[in-house]
Write a new protein. Structure first.
Length: 135
């Protein structure tokens, strides 16, 4: 069975590489069943995955080097990656709200999930109802 990334009209732009391309496919796979993506969302999705990748790069540097460094004159200064991480985290949150990818933003959307079969919970609850009625 092909992944939703292969069946959707949202194809990642060729300019996305590595982590950006992986994030694109992962997000499309997660969001497609929620029916929140359309072909018009491609540019926004590209900004989201680029923002995510920039944030992750900054976080990697901070994890390796720490949040500060010592200047040539001996002063302790904040690494530029601290501000980069913070700014991209804030931007990512705004973008995720914009596309309906947070719990609070989804609550205001009228979403219909694409389902092919009942979930295990639905099967269990249906059995419980019939068992309670026959008892």
């Amino acid at each position: 069975m092909p992944s939703s990334a292969e069946t959707t009209s949202l194809v990642p732009p060729d300019r996305l590489r590595g982590a950006e391309r992986s994030a694109w496919h992962e997000l499309v796979d997660q969001w497609e069943p929620l029916n929140v993506l359309t072909p018009a969302d491609g540019p926004l999705l590209e900004v989201i995955v680029r923002t995510w990748a920039t944030w992750q790069d900054a976080e990697r540097t901070l994890a390796e080097c720490g949040p500060t460094f010592t200047t040539e004159k001996g002063y302790v200064a904040q690494r530029p990656e601290v501000a980069i991480s913070l700014k991209n985290r804030q931007l990512l949150r705004q973008l995720l709200n914009e596309i309906g990818a947070t719990p609070s933003s989804r609550s205001s959307l009228n979403l219909t999930l694409m389902k092919t079969e009942p979930s295990k919970l639905e099967v269990f609850l249906a059995r419980g109802t019939s068992a309670a009625v026959s008892a």
